[in-house]
Ligand binder design. Structure first.
Ligand SMILES: Cc1cc2nc3c(=O)[nH]c(=O)nc-3n(C[C@H](O)[C@H](O)[C@H](O)COP(=O)(O)OP(=O)(O)OC[C@H]3O[C@@H](n4cnc5c(N)ncnc54)[C@H](O)[C@@H]3O)c2cc1C
Length: 518
């Protein structure tokens, strides 16, 4: 995945692309994999880096959604559980089974949630990850040593999936390329070209060279998440607003706040939602919130009240309670909810299902959805593209398509498991440096940095520190400490000068302040 090579291919492409996708998050990358694997000439353009938007800021769960079961959204749960199984099967190096404990402090919670979770298990059928069971008090404490013991009656354990969202996005980009697509980051679609009121292409700007490129296509897909309304307005300034953005905040804490490999699921917070405390990369991710926002930004700000809400609600279930000073990193994402007219302002009540909108100009937009269902969303989307483009019928093959790096024997204790079958290639870059981490807090090596430049289209310091590795999301202060060393390695590999290093560091320090609690 070399950017310079891809730019050349985009410029040299004489014929129209069959399918041009705007947006390199879960929806767009999934669509690129689906379209290319059906044999369509496919191009994907992302204005920032892959997964820079919502798709690197999820709770990292591949789940049916116990909350949707509570809400009675059964078809959503069944679809998500099926997709959970498919994703785990096709990407065993990126998706794993995680057990969740619901601690109970009254006599009725365990049987109540126990019955609900048995239904959840049944809905997963053959693709289930393991049966849910009731726990007594001692068993609950054994699984979650930091659980609040006062008044604890027992609990329920159930299983769902966990993944690394931005690593999945990079692997999807690589899978799309394996299937013949071209994907490119830092290219923004600025305007649409029409012929007889039908879309025939776009004008895009390369943010790294400032050059504008005219690109022709037969079908245009708008997969820009919370930015979808901007593209819809480019198409028709009178388009009504279709996205209701809902903000979700996560706090990252030291692993001592769980002190074990199991997650806590709080089924009923003070605002009636669910809250997770999940072990992830040797830290604990706690979240999330659901706050309706009016302004959309690629780097949204966590609100003080959201941070307080998470600390207060998580603290109710922990012996050692987290304080603001314990927060290692805070990350915030915007859900691109596809609201129906008349939907309430309670964003938690808006369905997490997806919608496909066909504009009169022929543009197809995908709105809403979840990471868990990205594959099914993409299948539905490309099925619509077949009729819009007048393409021959070609069946979707992604149900059984291995994701780049597929390795059934992945060792989850190895911090490099996310690279799957590519580990030996990374090792061969420099055998002597293979396992030498630059940081004591998390695993990041010189070889990983070089690999991500040569193979994963890392262009900026933040690409490596936020999405190819997850340092920024885990511990901001430690990441700021290693940033000079990482930028030095990058500069050497990319043949950049001191001026470039200074600029990258300055930009990164500014970005990191968003993830830092002052
Ligand atoms: C707090 C939170 C927690 C979540 N947790 C989970 C979870 O645990 N499990 C789960 O299954 N789902 C979860 N989700 C949902 C999931 O993360 C989203 O549904 C998914 O990531 C949305 O992907 P997307 O591709 O639609 O949007 P995005 O990831 O935002 O991608 C859209 C992309 O379009 C690009 N773009 C915009 N305009 C242009 C342009 N003009 N030209 C080129 N590119 C452009 C943007 O830069 C962006 O990268 C969560 C969401 C949030 C907010």
């Amino acid at each position: 995945m070399l950017r310079s090579k891809n730019i050349k291919k985009i410029k040299n492409q004489k014929k129209s692309w069959d399918i041009l996708i705007i947006g390199g998050g879960a929806s767009g990358l999934g669509a690129a994999v689906d379209a290319a694997s059906r044999g369509f000439k496919t191009l994907l353009l992302e204005k920032e880096d892959f997964a820079k938007g919502t798709s690197s800021r999820s709770t990292k769960l591949i789940h049916g959604g116990v909350r949707y079961l509570q809400n009675g959204d059964l078809s959503m749960v069944i679809e998500s559980l099926k997709e959970r199984g498919i994703m785990r099967r096709n990407a065993p190096h990126l998706v794993k089974d995680l057990s969740f404990v619901i601690p109970s402090y009254d006599w009725w919670s365990s049987p109540f949630y126990g019955i609900g979770l048995k239904i959840y298990d049944m809905m997963a059928g053959k693709l289930g990850l393991g049966p849910s069971t009731l726990l007594n008090k001692e068993e609950t404490i054994n699984l979650i040593p930091n659980v609040k013991k006062t008044g604890l009656k027992g609990g329920v354990i159930y299983h769902d999936g966990q993944f690394d969202d931005s690593r999945m996005a990079i692997s999807l980009a690589l899978t799309a390329e394996q299937q013949g697509a071209i994907v490119c980051n830092y290219i923004k679609v600025e305007s649409l070209i029409k012929n007889d009121n039908l879309i025939s292409g776009v004008i895009a700007k390369d943010f790294l060279t400032k050059e504008r490129i005219k690109i022709n296509c037969k079908v245009l897909i708008n997969a820009t998440g919370v930015f979808s309304d901007n593209i819809l307005k480019m198409d028709n300034p009178n388009n009504p607003k279709l996205i209701k953005p809902s903000q979700g905040v996560h706090l990252v804490l030291d692993k001592k706040f769980l002190n074990g490999p199991h997650a806590i699921m709080v089924p009923h917070t003070s605002d009636g939602r669910v809250l997770f405390a999940v072990p992830w990369n040797n830290f604990v991710v706690v979240g999330t919130t659901d706050t309706l926002v009016n302004d959309i930004s690629i780097e949204p700000n966590a609100l003080d009240k959201e941070i307080k809400f998470i600390l207060d609600n998580a603290g109710k279930y922990m012996t050692k309670t987290p304080k603001k000073s314990d927060i290692k990193s805070v990350f915030t994402g915007l859900r691109p909810l596809a609201a129906d007219e008349g939907d309430s302002n309670e964003t938690s009540e808006i369905s997490r299902g997806h919608k496909i909108i066909l504009s009169e100009s022929g543009m197809i937009s995908i709105l809403g959805g979840k990471w868990t269902t990205y594959r099914k969303m993409s299948e539905d989307l490309i099925n619509s593209a077949l009729s819009v483009g007048g393409f021959p019928e070609r069946a979707c093959i992604t149900q059984n398509l291995p994701i780049y790096g597929y390795d059934y024997n992945s060792d989850w204790e190895d911090p490099m498991h996310v690279y799957g079958s590519e580990i030996d290639k990374i090792k061969s870059i420099d055998e002597s440096n293979f396992s030498k981490s630059i940081s004591k807090e998390f695993f990041i090596t010189k070889n990983m940095i070089i690999w991500s430049i040569r193979n994963e289209m890392s262009m900026k310091l933040e690409d490596i520190l936020a999405r190819r590795t997850r340092c920024l999301f885990l511990d901001v202060n430690e990441t700021l400490k290693i940033a000079p060393k990482v930028s030095g390695i990058m500069a050497k590999e990319m043949n950049k000068n001191k001026e470039w290093i200074d600029k990258e560091l300055k930009n990164f320090v500014k970005l990191a302040s968003k993830y830092q609690i002052k």
